[in-house]
Design a protein around this ligand. Structure first.
Ligand code: GTP
Ligand code: MG
Length: 282
């Protein structure tokens, strides 16, 4: 971090210049928030592989699934197989309650995977039991651990004929734990001529990725703008302190140390000037 000394930046009367100087430093020094993308269920885990290949800066990708066969081919920073004792090596069979139970039993491992992240993206498809049951639970764990929670969920195609109440209940719970929830629908792409299920998945996965990217970028900009707003206040406060410090210095008689003359004190480098500063502070 750059530390500005009052004399480096010509403090008095140049507040406007300093404002822009600080903004420039921040623009160059800013790093994206540490993000963890937790993808749940079979559809979510397939997305995990694609998100992982994007190599987003400062972002780890975690896949959570109950189906050992499906998770095996997933590429991610971390893969968490849940519920082995519950499903006995199978998936959640379309039951969200089963998915949730599996997640509860692995809560420590899921929390550990999110450790150190500022923002958690919960990514899921809502057409089966694992994603629909696990995603709300992950959002809850992330929120309770003080993370910023952004959820991106995908509703199943209408022709999959999933129980609407399961899907809506999951969205409601996810919303209650998330700072922001983006709901996408697989059906959206089916209105495009010559669309196939695979191509619709592909388009949807790209949509999820760009939602994550844009959200992360906007978080940086929000931070930057909020800093821009508070800089004038910081400057005013610093300039008040500087003024009162200068008045105090004027009141205190300078002590001459080791041959440094009083009138030279401000310009003298090295041990002599340090001695003067100490004397003034006392
Ligand atoms: N966008 C997208 N959706 C997918 C993809 N693969 C599957 N889906 C959708 O994901 C939904 C959930 O299906 P599964 O992944 O089988 O369900 P699950 O969450 O693993 O739950 P269980 O299999 O019951 O344990 C379905 O609605 C699919 O349409 C994919 O690659 N991309
Ligand atoms: Mg599955």
């Amino acid at each position: 971090m750059t530390v500005f000394e009052a004399e480096d930046i010509g403090f008095m009367g140049q507040a406007e210049d300093l404002h822009w100087e600080l903004v420039t430093v921040m623009r160059h020094g800013i790093t994206p928030p540490a993000a963890c993308v937790v993808c749940t269920g079979g559809g979510g885990s397939r997305m995990a592989t694609r998100i992982y290949h994007e190599r987003m800066p400062n972002t780890t990708v975690v896949a959570v699934n109950s189906d050992p066969n499906s998770i095996r081919g997933v590429e991610a920073d971390r893969r968490i197989l849940i519920g082995n004792t519950v499903t006995k090596g199978k998936d959640a069979g379309g039951f969200p309650e089963v998915g949730e139970r599996c997640a509860e039993l692995s809560s420590e491992e899921i929390k550990d995977a999110m450790m150190g992240s500022d923002v958690v993206y919960v990514v899921t498809t809502l057409g089966g039991g694992t994603g629909t049951g696990v995603a709300p639970y992950v959002a809850k764990l992330a929120r309770e651990d003080g993370r910023v929670v952004v959820s991106v969920v995908v509703k199943p195609f209408s022709f999959e004929d999933r129980p609407t109440e399961d899907v809506e209940r999951a969205i409601e719970t996810i919303r209650s734990y998330s700072h922001s929830t983006v709901v996408l629908e697989n059906d959206y792409f089916m209105s495009v001529p010559d669309m196939t299920v695979e191509r619709a998945f592909d388009a949807m996965d790209r949509q999820v990725i760009s939602t994550i990217r844009e959200t992360t970028q906007r978080m940086d900009m929000d931070f930057l703008f909020s800093m821009e707003e508070i800089i004038p206040e910081l400057l005013e406060e610093a300039s008040r302190l500087f003024d009162s410090d200068r008045e105090r210095k004027d009141d205190v008689p300078l002590t001459v140390e080791e041959g440094v003359r009083t009138e030279d004190a401000g310009e003298t480098e090295g041990a002599g000037s340090e001695a003067v500063e100490v004397a003034v502070a006392e």
